[in-house]
Design a protein around this ligand. Structure first.
Ligand SMILES: [Zn+2]
Length: 57
């Protein structure tokens, strides 16, 4: 456990501005999927965990 991950927010879904729908079975999976999507589809647009969770639902 680290201070960066105090708890699971329960967020599992994120709609990317490009229209791609991302869904993870866990918060960590959603973060990984989103970062992988950004890397593949939106080079130069990297978001932190907090930024991704802010957009996620
Ligand atoms: Zn996208």
């Amino acid at each position: 456990m680290s201070d960066d991950e105090p708890f699971d927010s329960g967020k599992r879904n994120l709609m990317c501005p490009c229209g791609e729908y991302l869904h993870g079975e866990t918060e960590d999976e959603l973060i990984d999927l989103t970062q992988a999507h950004l890397k593949a589809e939106h080079p130069g647009h990297e978001y932190t965990r907090d930024q991704i969770l802010f957009m996620a639902t």
